[in-house]
Structures are given as C-alpha cells and as structure tokens.
Design a binder for this molecule. Structure first.
Ligand code: NAD
Ligand code: LMR
Length: 336
C-alpha cells in the first residue's frame, strides 16, 4: 500500500540550518523510513537561488522517500497544505548580542507566516519555530492564526535540552541514552533554567550521582549553579565565539528530534519543548515557555505534578518575567 507523502514547509531553506535540515528530513531521519515527504522551501527573494541550489542537490541525492521539492518566495503558496511547518528563516545573532536583541529585526517575519498558516495549512498542522527569539516569534505566529489551535505552535528548546544531556553525560561518565527526565524551563535565552532535580541515570537520581562524583552535596550544588546552568544557557554564545557563527548542525538535529517525538511519541521519559502555557507551574497562560513535556497520541502534554523547590521557582520566574517583557515589547511594536 502506498503511503501519502507528508508536506513539510521549511522557511529559510537557503540558509545554514536549512541546508543541514533538508537532507536529513529527506533521508527519513525525522518521520521514519516508511514515510515519504514533499518539501516546500520558503525563502525571501535574495535567498531563492540558494534554496534552488539545495533543491538541485536534493534531486542529485536520489532519496527514495523524497516525492517532490518546490521553492517559493511567497508564504501563502509555501504553507498551502502543509502538515509540518519548520520556521527557521530569520537573522542569527552575532557576537555580543543577546537573542532578544533580534526581536525588532525578526519579529515582523512571523505575523505574515502565522497568517499564511492560518489560511492554507492542513488541519492538525504542527509548527516549530527555530528562528530567534524563538519563543516570542512562536507567540507572534500563533497570534496571527486564530483558526489553528494554539497547541499546534511550539518553539525549539530541544537544543538546550540536548546540550544539558551532553554536559551531564560528560561529567558523570554516563551514556546520553541512559539519562532521562532533564528539563529546560522558560525562554530559549540566557535566563532559561536547565533543571536536573528529577533527572536519573539508569534509575539513579542525578543529584546523588553528581554528589558522589564531585565530592559532596555542596560541591555538586556549586557545580550546578556556577558551571552547568550557565554553560547550557550560554552555549549558543560559546558556539558563536568558537565557530564564528551560530550553531547549525546541532540546531537542525534538535529540530528533527522535536518533530520526530511530537509525531511518533516520546519513549525515554520526558523531553523539553516550548509550548503555549495553559497556566501550569504558574507560567501565565498564552506565553510560549519551555516545560517538561511528553508526546502522547501526537500531542505535547506538559508533565504535571513535579515538585518545584524555592531555587527552581526563582529561576523559572526570572525566565518567565523575560518572556512577559518580550510579549510587552512585541505588543508595543504592533506585532501581536
Ligand atoms: P542563516 O542566516 O544562515 O539563514 C537564515 C535564512 O533565512 C536566510 O537564507 C534568509 O534569506 C532566510 N530568511 C530571512 N527572512 C526570511 C523570511 N521572511 N522568510 C523565509 N526565509 C527568510 O541563519 P541560520 O544559521 O540558518 O539561523 C536561522 C535562525 O535560527 C536564526 O534566527 C538563529 O538565531 C536561529 N537559531 C535558533 C536555534 C534554537 O535553538 N532555537 C538554534 C540555532 C539557530
Ligand atoms: C543557539 O542556541 O545556538 C541559537 O539560539 C543561536 C544563538 O544565537 O545562540
């Protein structure tokens, strides 16, 4: 029986992350080896030639799962019938900038794209925003799509989640695959809170393992506060400094993980994604904030009932306060 191809729109497809994403999606890494895909590449006119070049290379790679590639410079056509929208196209920051500094430059992209998704995307469309500042850009897009349920709009914090796994695995001498239940809370920014208080390695609590490895409970706490949290939260800036430009392959890989788990379900505990808040954990309703999430029956569900101690509450509130400020800023700019 032939399976109908899934239509996926990738914005900024002529850019760095676009280039890293397209070939993995076409190979089946995102939706699996049984699911054919049709790719819609959206660019601004200056980026169209680069996207067309990528389309030529996709043809040359002869992926059996790839059932077509179209290049567009018009959001309405690019989102027509789309089932998965990956909103990557936006300017990256450079050294010395915070991601929030991009709001004025990038915010204007996401209203028209939200409206185009509202007008033409398939029922049940799934949207992930990668372009920075990702949480608030997702809020802008969702606010222009009144007919699409808000839970279809998400922003990427899986890269932060994966960075946290990488740091913990290296420090504990553990396999990444043995770690579960790490959480990124809040904004994809330097205020985010990477939280290991519920995390385990092969069932052993990470806080205990860190204390054993680092010479006691106090040393482990110091490491978390002074090394781990800032290292994960500022890893994007570290990559920019070391590479000379912002993360690409790790960002594309995280976006693939996000969509794969959303469609196929989470299997090894929870993960992190920025979703529209329903008020859980005191995060104001409507903000797009990162939470511990599981994907069940094709929908993200915020993991409920976790204990949040005073330290965690303080960190989460600080990041949420920044999201509230960003919402005010885009309101003042007339973007929502
Ligand atoms: P890039 O400059 O290489 O590519 C961006 C592409 O977007 C360009 O080709 C540009 O022409 C295109 N573009 C700009 N406006 C557009 C629009 N309105 N419609 C369609 N395309 C448009 O940048 P990159 O390295 O691919 O990064 C893209 C974005 O992703 C940046 O904002 C970056 O900060 C962000 N990012 C987010 C994460 C995350 O974890 N959320 C990680 C890495 C990068
Ligand atoms: C990242 O986390 O690597 C991206 O958001 C790029 C950046 O500006 O940090």
């Amino acid at each position: 029986m032939s399976v109908k191809p899934v239509t996926i729109t990738i914005t900024g497809a002529g850019g760095q992350i676009g280039y890293a994403l397209l070939f993995r999606i076409a190979s089946g890494a995102m939706l699996g080896a049984e699911t054919p895909v049709r790719l819609h590449l959206l660019e601004i006119p200056q980026g169209v030639r680069a996207a067309e070049g990528a389309a030529l290379e996709l043809q040359d790679a002869a992926f059996p799962l790839l059932h077509g590639v179209e290049v567009y410079d018009d959001p309405r056509s690019a989102f027509e019938g789309t089932e998965i929208a990956m909103l990557v196209g936006a300017r990256p920051r450079t050294a010395g900038m915070e991601r929030g500094d991009l709001l004025a430059a990038n915010g204007g992209i996401f209203g028209p794209q939200g409206a185009a998704i509202n007008a033409g995307a398939a029922d049940g469309v799934r949207v992930v925003v990668v372009g920075n500042p990702a949480n608030t850009n997702a809020l802008i897009a969702a606010s222009h799509a009144p007919d699409v349920p808000a839970d279809r709009f998400t922003a990427l914090t899986r890269l932060d989640h994966n960075r946290a796994l990488g740091q913990l695995a290296a420090t504990l001498g553990a396999r990444v695959g043995s770690l579960r239940d790490v959480t990124i809370w809040g904004n994809h920014s330097a205020t985010q809170f990477p939280d290991v208080s519920h995390a385990t390695v092969d069932g052993e609590p990470v806080p205990h393992l860190l204390a054993a490895r680092l010479g006691g409970v106090d040393t482990a706490k110091e490491w978390l506060v002074d090394s781990f949290i800032p290292r994960v939260a500022k890893r994007g800036a570290e990559i920019i400094e070391v590479r000379g430009s912002s993360s690409v392959a790790s960002a594309a890989s995280a976006a693939i993980d996000h969509v794969r788990d959303w469609v196929h379900g989470t299997t090894n505990g929870w993960t992190s994604a920025a979703v529209v808040s329903d008020g859980s954990y005191g995060v104001p309703e409507g903000l797009v904030s990162s939470f511990p999430v599981e994907s069940v029956d094709g929908a993200w569900r915020i993991v409920q009932g976790l204990e949040v101690d005073a330290f965690a509450e303080h960190r989460i509130s600080a990041s949420v306060a920044e999201l509230v400020e960003e919402r005010e800023a885009v309101r003042a700019l007339g973007l929502i």
